[in-house]
Design a protein around this ligand. Structure first.
Ligand SMILES: NC(=O)c1ccc[n+]([C@@H]2O[C@H](COP(=O)([O-])OP(=O)(O)OC[C@H]3O[C@@H](n4cnc5c(N)ncnc54)[C@H](O)[C@@H]3O)[C@@H](O)[C@H]2O)c1
Length: 415
């Protein structure tokens, strides 16, 4: 074991031991879950596993079947051989519909997990901070510039109120990424001259329309395929890789030019999102980052890399060049670690606040989308001033909600 690796081993073993102890003697933290689908159910499990004395106290989802699903998942969790004692959800604390998030905030929870589609995130985050709750927010945190600014403003309020905000950009809580990025920041590859970020995958679920579904229910159940809910896959998924670029470069991109389209997934059931994007982001000092994401059948590649004047790194666990180093230690599941970090920061009264970082990474991805949809070069300043808001005025289950057309560069205008 090299000295560098030995030091990291001792530090990570100490961190694991400390994490196990945090909360043993602390009062319970009551948690409400807003958005009880796949991630909401996963996050409540991660949260329970992350720290002692955590209680899942209330649930909110748009639909009863999804809330019931998360409740059944919670009931199946165990601590040792026994049902998990952190399951404190009762019939009276399960809420459904557009206002369910408000009901959860009224139950006396200390913290909420926000895991709905991202179109609702700015509204839910603002309400949670207004109500004085700590927040774990899934990424992305908005789908348009107006939502990003609303989120940033609420994040500043959270800091004033000493509320903790941790985001589901979990690479920032993953031991191997943390060690690698630290070495890069300490100069292991010299000055960074370029980077690349990929989320090349094969797509997600689709739920065929049922005759009794209104437009709203159809779009909510298939939120991935509607930009007002999802942001398109460049925002929903590729944000993870773009977040790594912003983190490693300690900057946001100044401008973007992009291309893309909808080529392999053209059927109506896939709504109006695209299936591939390629973006050239220019960061300060003329550092270019090539970003690529797609939902196509075939082999995938989800990764990041940067090149510097003295070496290169995959940002995740390896550095080559003048320094040759590989991360070899065990680290905790980052989906649990992010909750440990959040809850221990609450208990120490030193609240973490990741609101601005995740909002900037969200806006980076939206900038790539808008540059591709419009065919225009778009600057960060334009994004920060843009009035683009995708939120429908009528948020009710029988709202008329025609499907927007697929964006066509030249016709689609960024404003
Ligand atoms: N960090 C990660 O690696 C990761 C992984 C998966 C998903 N996510 C994020 O988690 C979020 C949820 O994704 P998912 O995969 O769980 O989707 P999902 O469809 O499984 O769950 C979303 C749930 O939110 C509910 N919902 C929709 N609108 C709502 C509203 N206004 N109020 C209350 N509930 C509402 C839906 O009914 C559904 O049950 C997304 O932002 C996604 O990007 C993050």
């Amino acid at each position: 074991m090299s000295d560098l690796n030995r030091r990291e081993f001792v530090a990570s073993a100490a961190a694991l031991a400390a994490a196990a102890k945090v909360g043993q003697d602390s009062p319970p933290i009551r948690v409400g879950v807003i958005g009880c689908g796949g991630r909401g159910s996963g996050a409540l499990e991660n949260c329970l596993a992350s720290s002692e004395n955590v209680e899942i106290y209330a649930l909110a989802d748009m639909f009863k079947d999804r809330a019931d699903g998360a409740r059944a998942h919670l009931a199946g969790l165990k601590k040792g051989d026994m049902p998990h004692p952190g399951n404190k959800v009762t019939d009276e604390r399960v809420f459904t519909g557009f206002d369910a998030y408000k009901r959860v905030l009224d139950t006396g929870v200390d913290m909420v997990i926000l895991a709905t589609p991202p179109g609702f995130r700015p509204i839910h985050f603002e309400a949670a901070i207004e109500a004085g709750k700590h927040v774990f927010t899934e990424k992305p945190v908005a789908v348009d510039p107006v939502g990003v600014r609303r989120f940033i403003a609420a994040g500043k309020k959270a800091a004033e109120k000493k509320l903790a905000v941790v985001a589901g950009t979990q690479r920032r809580h993953e031991g191997s990424y943390l060690a690698t990025v630290k070495h890069i920041h300490d100069g292991a590859i010299g000055k960074i001259t370029s980077g690349r970020a990929y989320w090349n995958g094969s797509g997600v679920w689709v739920h065929p329309r049922r005759p009794n579904w209104t437009d709203m229910e159809y779009q909510l159940r298939n939120w991935y395929y509607f930009t007002w809910l999802c942001g398109d896959h460049i925002v929903e998924q590729h944000i993870h890789n773009l977040d790594v670029m912003n983190w490693v470069l300690k900057a946001v991109p100044l401008r973007a030019v992009a291309t893309g389209g909808r080529q392999s997934r053209t059927e109506a059931q896939y709504g109006h999102i695209w299936d591939h994007f390629t973006v050239d982001f220019t960061y300060p000092d003329d550092v270019h980052v090539l970003s690529m994401c797609r939902h196509w059948p075939g082999p995938g590649n989800v990764s990041e890399a940067v090149v510097g004047t003295r070496g290169r790194s995959n940002c995740a666990n390896q550095i080559t060049g003048e320094v040759n180093w590989t991360y070899r230690e065990k680290h905790r599941n980052p989906y649990e670690q992010e909750h440990t970090d959040l809850i221990s920061s609450i208990r120490r009264n030193e609240p973490l606040n990741e609101a601005e970082a995740v909002a900037h990474s969200t806006l980076t991805a939206i900038m790539g989308r808008e540059a591709a949809y419009s065919g225009q070069e778009i600057t960060w300043d334009q994004m920060m001033k843009s009035d683009l808001s995708l939120l429908p005025e009528d948020l009710s289950m029988d709202a008329a909600l025609p499907e927007p057309p697929v964006a066509v560069p030249g016709k689609y205008k960024f404003k």
